[in-house]
Design a protein around this ligand. Structure first.
Ligand code: FAD
Ligand code: DHB
Length: 392
């Protein structure tokens, strides 16, 4: 097979890139290792920055998102049994965020792609990217029991954190930075109306809890748990009791309980791979960087990378100008490091530290009090949460 852009990975990054390239008249092929059903059901992110919504609109993939997405004006911080509203429009000059599940974005992009191309191959596992320095890099992959090759002008590595694209950077051409956190998240999806209109980030001595939602009838909740936790050790009643204890405030508020549809445990890691380009291989999304989920940045970063990449490839296609592609890694990484810093700050401020002492505990509270007492500090949080400006 031959194509202009070979895209490895049919998650949000790969699918959005394919859509943007298709609209710009650039041909591409997407190789996805798993089945369509698996990719469409994988529970992950849900909070979209305005720039992410704009990018999906630009790709012609926002019709259902505009109908069903829940626009949020801010978040709530809970600590010491108090609740504090952080008002995004007032603090950021009118910006908001939107709740719309990653599973739904993927379903919308897959439906468009299967309707009018470009090709999307499921159960097509990339094995390696070869000759990334040459004018015609090759992706070796396995499909329908046979080993095949895809020869490309460019390869986009959108194959997530466990993909193979990063391995094609020869030794000495890249450096990675990683940090593991000493706790995980137990995430549950529950068939029950959300217990409020806003996302709630709660910090307490029992640990962190997050209340999010997927629709007016489905709630998404997360609990800080120790690394190595087995979700089977958390029967539904235990989960609801623990959530109720962590969200408790002085005053009126009730946690709505309902049937739990799924449970899973996610470890937490920061990781950045620099640079994001080697020759004609360009990494985007989780293939190049991951953040702990507390700031809800992972999916948003994947989309902002793809936007730069699509613009760079489109400019090259239309005018022969490589300037934007040449600056791809540098442009993306500035935003990646800021999102990594923000996610790390949010994570450390809100989670109970397993080996923390009384001093650490008071520092966390002082950080939270500063946000609720100072408009300047609240604006800093709101600006980062709602999303820093896109690189292009
Ligand atoms: P992915 O979504 O990982 O997509 C990569 C795709 O490549 C996958 O479909 C994979 O099957 C495919 N692939 C992998 N290897 C190969 C190969 N060799 N050949 C072909 N295809 C391959 N972010 C948030 O903002 N909030 C959250 O709550 C949140 N929760 C998360 C929970 C989990 C368990 C995980 C793993 C991530 C979570 N994230 C969250 C992060 C967010 O979901 C990711 O940042 C986002 O999925 C990145 O999109 P991506 O397309 O870059 O990567
Ligand atoms: C969601 C996940 C997050 O990590 C977050 O910070 C906010 C929302 C969610 O899944 O809805």
């Amino acid at each position: 097979m031959r194509t202009t852009v070979g895209i490895i990975g049919g998650g949000p990054a790969g699918l959005l890139l394919a859509r943007l390239l298709h609209r710009a008249g650039i041909d591409c092929v997407v190789l996805e290792a798993r089945t369509r059903e698996y990719v469409e059901q994988r529970q992950r992110a849900g909070m979209l920055e305005q720039g992410t919504v704009d990018a999906l609109r630009e790709a012609g993939a926002a019709e259902r998102l505009e109908r069903e997405g829940l626009v949020h004006q801010g978040i709530e911080l809970r600590f010491e049994r108090e609740r504090h509203h952080i008002d995004f429009p007032a603090l950021t000059g009118g910006r908001t965020v939107t709740i719309y599940a990653q599973t739904e974005i993927v379903k919308d992009l897959v439906a468009l792609q299967l309707a009018d191309g470009p090709p999307l191959l499921y159960e097509a596992e990339a094995l390696a990217v070869e000759k990334p320095e040459s004018a015609t890099p090759v992706v070796r992959f396995r499909h329908e029991g046979r080993e095949r090759t895809l020869t490309c002008d460019w390869v986009a590595g959108c194959d997530g954190y466990h993909g193979v694209s990063r391995d094609a950077f020869p030794a000495g051409t890249a450096r990675s930075y990683a940090h593991d956190y000493p706790y995980s998240w137990l995430g549950v999806l529950a068939e029950v109306a959300p217990s409020g209109d806003e996302l709630i980030y709660a910090r307490g001595e029992r640990g962190f809890a997050l209340h999010s939602m997927r629709s007016p009838t489905v709630s998404r909740l997360y609990l800080q748990v120790p690394n190595g936790t087995d979700p089977d050790d958390w029967p539904d009643d235990r989960i609801w009791d623990e959530l109720a204890a962590r969200f408790a405030i002085d005053g009126d508020w009730t946690l709505h309980r309902g049937p739990i549809m799924s449970k899973s445990v996610t470890t937490m890691r920061s990781y950045v791979h620099e640079p994001m380009r080697h020759g004609r291989l360009l990494l985007a999304g989780d293939a190049a960087h991951i953040v702990p989920p507390t700031g809800a940045k992972g999916l948003n970063l994947a989309v902002s990378d793809v936007r730069v990449l699509a613009r760079g490839l489109t400019r090259l296609h239309r005018t022969g100008d490589t300037q934007l592609l040449d600056r791809y890694s540098e442009l993306c990484l500035q935003r990646v490091w800021q999102a990594t810093r923000f996610s790390d700050d949010m994570t450390k401020m809100l989670h109970a530290q397993p080996d923390g002492d009384a001093f650490d505990h008071r520092m966390q509270l002082a950080r939270l009090r500063r946000i609720t007492a100072s408009r300047h500090a609240a604006a800093e949080l709101a600006t980062n949460y709602a999303g820093l400006p896109l690189p292009v």
